[in-house]
Unconditional design. Sequence first.
Length: 324
Amino acid sequence: MTPPPGWYPDPSAPHQERWWDGAAWTEHRRVPGAPAGYGPSQPPPSPSTVPLLTGGGPGRRGRAAGGGRARAITLTTAAAVLVAAIVTGVFVLGEDDGGAPEARTPPVTATTAAPAPTSTPPTSSPAASESSADDPAVVEDPLNGITFPLPDGWVRPRYIAEDDVMMTTDGTYDCPGDGGVCRHGLVISRTVTGSTESSPKALAEQDIEDAAEDAYDRDPVGGEPFGGIESHEQVGAGPVAVAGRAGYYVRWRVTTAKGPGGHVQSLVFPSTVGTESPILVRYVFDAGEEGPPLDLMDEITDGIRPVGDADTGGGVGSGIGPSD
């Protein structure tokens, strides 16, 4: 028979009394000795929030089903509801004016170990790691509308005061003369100005002496990095096709007071853009074992191209096209 409502020893805490409502235990408790007939003044809590008791009713000692595990399940359920509400809020806030949710990734809980990637990314792109023989590195002279091939061991100009330098050998060395730093090779490209002459041959022959003095005699501040020029000898001259145009070159071997001296070359040809003003290309190569090989001058000349035209070449000994 089910006991009537009243205060009975609490099955989970015998030192207290707990109210039995005639059908189930409530959450109302009191210290033994309270006035007789005293009962709860409000209805018992909802059964969904009260842990069920084993043992049936008063007089039978029981324990909460699951004990701490039941409370943990209750807290876990509440946390799951809260997370679901947060995620739902993220997607609601992400909706656009048309009501469609944006493609957003909901926040995730950090883990102690990241999942392994499905594939290993390349360490570098092919274009950055190597150059194809069909697509060599080039240096562009946008003013004159031409490009130069960049030989191995050569770099684009860095920390050079002289204008119009297209490329140099990599690294520097102490000049043998007045001090300062020198480079074993460089190539300069500029437009011929201040002259009414238009003949590539005449312009090359006029420039070669200036090219030699600028490279091996005196520097812009009056120093003599090679102790000055002692003599020179012309070692080459003649017509040459450059970027499909008829040009002319002159080459000198220069002997200096200090150091091994070097070779200078003045090359002139008409531009393929604009008013077809003459372009002057100067080559400066140190002589001796440290200097670049002399035939590299011809290789660079042969590789000069109009910008955007990889097929129009030339070189020493090539057929010379019309100058138009």
